[in-house]
Write a protein that binds this ligand. Structure first.
Ligand SMILES: Cc1cc2nc3c(=O)[nH]c(=O)nc-3n(C[C@H](O)[C@H](O)[C@H](O)COP(=O)(O)O)c2cc1C
Length: 182
């Protein structure tokens, strides 16, 4: 069971990371889990080149190249994003744009997410759903949303969010057994 966890908040130990860690706690010990923290990584969104249209590859040589390899390696991809101005974080959005070249490479991978914030969470979900459907991924999970009433530590006020995050992890594991374990 190959799991890629993409932490999409600029804060490495914030609310989103806490939700992610709870979701990952549901995976069995034998799962191989790779964690990628987008915060602090050196990469940009899609550029003007359109090179991938002819080469079938992304020619922008930055930190995203390793993330592409991890995404191709993974059977399950778990995204974590805070709501930032009613949508995914800019790092998650940049990553999404950069996958434009990956035609079919994410097909049938299992995808899930956790989101933190207090309001306007629907657009964050919409963006993640659209991304996964566009790549023909299999959307799993429980739609885990963490309502954070304060900044750091806010999830302590929302035990249901942590329960949902754990359920998201369990659901992704369940789907993996259905799809991959023959
Ligand atoms: C630039 C910026 C924009 C934000 N926009 C929203 C928003 O639209 N809706 C919301 O509920 N929270 C918003 N927040 C709050 C964060 O989503 C919230 O504090 C989140 O839990 C932070 O996650 P983190 O601790 O992983 O960074 C915003 C925070 C920042 C820094």
């Amino acid at each position: 069971m190959k799991v890629l966890a993409i932490y999409g908040s600029p804060r490495r130990e914030g609310n989103t990371a806490k939700m992610m860690d709870v979701a990952l706690s549901a995976f069995p010990a034998e799962a191989e889990i790779k964690k990628v923290y987008l915060g602090g990584m050196n990469f940009s969104g899609c550029g003007p080149c359109r090179e991938c249209k002819t080469t079938g590859d992304c020619v922008m040589k930055d930190d995203m190249q390793d993330v592409f390899k991890d995404m191709i390696w993974a059977e399950i991809i778990l995204f974590g994003s805070p709501a930032q101005f009613s949508d995914v974080s800019s790092d998650i959005k940049k990553l999404m744009e950069r996958t434009w070249w990956m035609k079919g490479a994410l097909r049938n991978k299992i995808g899930g997410y956790v989101i933190t914030g207090r309001r306007y969470m629907e657009s964050v979900q919409n963006t993640l759903h659209a991304f996964m459907l566009r790549h023909q991924m299999i959307l799993g999970g429980s739609g885990a949303l963490g309502f954070t009433f304060t900044e750091m530590g806010g999830l302590d006020y929302d035990p249901l969010a942590l329960r949902d995050a754990e359920y998201t992890g369990r659901r992704l594991v369940e789907l993996w057994y259905i799809i991959y374990d023959h």
